[in-house]
Ligand binder design. Structure first.
Ligand code: SF4
Ligand code: SF4
Length: 143
């Protein structure tokens, strides 16, 4: 079973993603690609597409509920790194559940993380063979 976020993407098409302009690659090396942002106010930028209706981040490559990938994953905004998928770390994430529900997807359960169990340690998943789990597309939070 793959990481659930890789077949979801709902949160990247649900929340407004705003962050301080200092996170942009114009201000910080390796930062969020400035070309994919728009200015909100003197202090904040947002990801293009997340202050639109419907919301869909410009960096999202996904068919929601089928496959999902953040095309700027290593350079995504801090807010996108801060929200966990439900049960990824042993507790519910209200933002994850809400985004999935808005896109007609059932909330994640503990069963969705079975692939990380020690008993399932011989497959191609990121944590198999003793590796640390990777961080798949992380959800944004509303500003
Ligand atoms: S955090 Fe939740 S809503 Fe966001 S991609 Fe992962 S499973 Fe989907
Ligand atoms: S994780 Fe990537 S695709 Fe999703 S909202 Fe953040 S920048 Fe956009």
């Amino acid at each position: 079973m793959p990481h659930p976020c890789l077949s979801c993407g709902a949160c990247c098409a649900q929340y407004r993603v705003a962050f301080h302009w200092m996170e942009s690659d114009e201000a910080s090396e390796g930062g969020v690609p400035h070309a994919l942002t728009q200015r909100l106010d003197p202090h904040r930028l947002c990801m293009q597409g997340t202050y639109s209706d419907p919301i869909r981040c410009v960096a999202l490559d996904a068919r929601i509920g089928e496959y999902s990938r953040c095309t700027i994953h290593p350079n995504r905004p801090s807010v996108c790194r801060e929200v966990d998928a439900s049960w990824e770390y042993g507790q519910v994430s209200a933002q994850c559940d809400r985004a999935r529900a808005a896109h007609g997807l059932a909330p994640l359960t503990l069963a969705d993380w079975r692939w990380r169990d020690a008993a399932d340690n011989d497959g191609p998943q990121p944590d198999d063979n003793g590796n640390t789990p990777s961080s798949p597309p992380q959800p944004p939070i509303a500003a």
